[in-house]
Design a protein around this ligand. Structure first.
Ligand code: AMP
Length: 215
């Protein structure tokens, strides 16, 4: 089973991806995580992507497409994948069709998380993450036991540099301009399931499980 998960920044893609990946044993491919990793390792891709990411802008399609092309060929995607944060433009969606075709794969369902701006702003500004093990927290909704310290590995929690209201507004504009056409592209193919994602995590996940059962 191959899934895409879509939704603006703060819609809960990371949290839901984690739950979907665990339940259905899929390879989780997050282009945002891959780019952050490339930045951390200071690869040429990371250095090129950094300025776009800090400005809340999309990294150029050619860079992203070749990164995904390479990733999809890895063995762990044979059992199925969950693509998170890609495609974000029509050019990427068309390139992805090519990539899938070449690798004899297809998309079974596009899960679209729908959330109001106020909820997004609250989630984004309160989000904290552990750079060591990747655990995600929220200062109100999911606080760590000790403030600023990861429950899982004891490392310090940090705020992503693009997790501000100003950056959120830019990312939402980007989302509207570039990513909504992608949703339409998949909607026309009958692949999109809209999930109301402004509610508690367990309720959202139940709706996702129901949608997956109907594939
Ligand atoms: P995310 O963690 O998915 O919100 O991604 C963080 C940042 O990485 C975005 O704001 C973009 O700058 C960049 N990025 C991630 N995925 C893509 C993509 N598919 N196309 C272009 N830029 C991306």
């Amino acid at each position: 089973m191959n899934l895409l998960i879509m939704g603006p920044a703060g819609s809960g893609k990371g949290t839901m991806s984690e739950k979907i990946k665990q339940k259905y044993q899929l390879a989780h491919i997050s282009t945002g995580d891959m780019l952050r990793e490339a930045v951390k390792k200071q690869t040429s891709l990371g250095l090129e992507a950094l300025n776009y990411m800090n400005a809340g802008k999309l990294v150029p399609d050619t860079l992203i497409n070749s990164m995904v092309d390479e990733r999809i060929k890895q063995d762990d995607t044979k059992v199925g994948f969950l693509m998170d944060g890609f495609p974000r433009t029509l050019v990427q969606a068309e390139a992805f069709d090519e990539i899938l075709h070449t690798n004899n794969k297809n998309i079974d369902c596009v899960i679209n998380l729908v959330v109001d701006f106020e909820v997004l702003a609250d989630r984004i500004t309160g989000r904290r993450l552990c750079k060591n093990c990747g655990s995600i927290y929220h200062i109100k909704n999911k606080p760590s036991k000790v403030e600023g310290v990861c429950d899982m590995c004891g490392n310090n929690l940090v705020q992503r540099s693009d997790d501000t209201v100003e950056q959120l507004e830019i990312r939402l504009q980007e989302h509207k301009k570039n990513t909504e056409p992608v949703l339409e592209y998949y909607r026309k193919q009958g692949l999109v399931v809209d999930i109301q994602a402004g509610k508690p995590v367990d309720e959202i996940f139940k709706d996702i499980e129901r949608a997956i059962k109907q594939i």
